[in-house]
Design a protein around this ligand. Structure first.
Ligand SMILES: C[S@@+](CC[C@H](N)C(=O)[O-])C[C@H]1O[C@@H](n2cnc3c(N)ncnc32)[C@H](O)[C@@H]1O
Length: 290
């Protein structure tokens, strides 16, 4: 973590850097290309004027920021922001390889960074659900938008509609107890914005007008083999959290858990990959003009 980040760091930002960054890095391909259905659909339909100024918050490795940079053209500008600097290095390298000089990457906490105002759009693929204080982040984003500017973001719908996270969790919980309330974690979590009523209220309290909650169902690729899908489940998401928190007990039963996961995930194989159903909300809100 950079020293500036460290100084501003919340326990969640520290958790991302100390605990999750290495695991996320290991499964980067799954987390970007594997989940891309949920950014592909809204970004293909987005019409952004050339010259637009855009933020991508919780941008991870920057693939969506780079896509947005192509859309806004050389007159436009995209700032990708994430609290894990090592993720951003990949974005910086990719932007350089692509010859793009209208995109930059900044290691910062989206809840507190003093963004310049006047942005036309703030985008986020699966970043918003992890801000420790989502209201602070939304207010900060609202301040960074111009009047009439938009926030477009993807969040997961409930776990029952996301077998790619539900199935592994159920298997792991057959072997270990559910994590306690005091578990160390990365923020509110993947389903914290699955209720449109709650998110609508949060947006309104942050001074944004909710416009659309669009349900997007589609495939996610959770492994290029069943073994990789098993590793992914044991590293991240609700299954990974239950496994990690169970410590010694989970390690003692690792063989049985892996076998049960293999059995549960094998039916989802398609052409050598493990492809599972998933469901997100693509949410649009606008900063009022008046
Ligand atoms: C699920 S990942 C999504 C990454 C990327 N948008 C993607 O789809 O590949 C959530 C991201 O939010 C970042 N994040 C979490 N809390 C943050 C905060 N307070 N400020 C900035 N980034 C944050 C994490 O480091 C992580 O990269």
């Amino acid at each position: 973590m950079s020293s500036a980040m460290e100084a501003a760091s919340s326990p969640y930002v520290a958790f991302w850097n100390d605990m999750l960054a290495e695991k996320f890095e290991r499964f980067r391909g799954i987390l970007t290309k594997g989940m891309s259905h949920h950014s592909r659909v809204p970004l293909d339909e987005l019409s952004l004027p050339a010259g637009a100024r855009v933020l991508d918050v919780g941008c991870g490795w920057g693939d969506t920021a780079i896509e947005l940079a192509r859309m806004v053209g050389p007159e436009g500008y995209v700032l990708g922001v994430d609290c894990v600097d090592r993720f951003l290095d990949k974005g910086r390298r990719d932007a350089m390889t692509a010859g793009l000089d209208n995109v930059e990457f900044l290691a910062a906490d989206v809840e507190t960074y003093p963004f310049a105002g006047g942005h036309d759009l703030c985008y986020s693929r699966f970043g918003m659900m992890f801000f420790g204080n989502p209201m602070a982040a939304m207010r900060n984003i609202a301040a960074a938008l111009r009047p009439g500017g938009e926030l477009l973001f993807s969040v997961w719908r409930p776990i029952d509609d996301n077998p790619w996270l539900r199935v592994g969790k159920e298997v792991v919980l057959d072997f270990v107890p559910a994590p306690g309330e005091d578990v160390r974690h990365c923020g509110p979590g993947p389903f914290s914005m699955s209720d449109p009523g709650l998110v609508r209220e949060q947006l309104q309290r942050a001074g944004l007008e909710p416009m659309e909650f669009r349900r997007l169902d589609g495939p996610v690729i959770v492994g290029h083999s069943v073994d990789e899908a098993v590793e992914f489940q044991l590293a991240l998401g609700p299954a990974g959290e239950a496994f990690r928190e169970a410590g010694e007990l989970a390690e003692r039963r690792r063989g049985e858990i892996e076998q049960a996961l293999r059995h549960a995930l094998a039916p989802y194989q398609q052409d050598g990959r493990v492809v599972m159903p998933s469901s997100s909300w693509s949410i649009t809100a606008r900063k009022p003009t008046g």
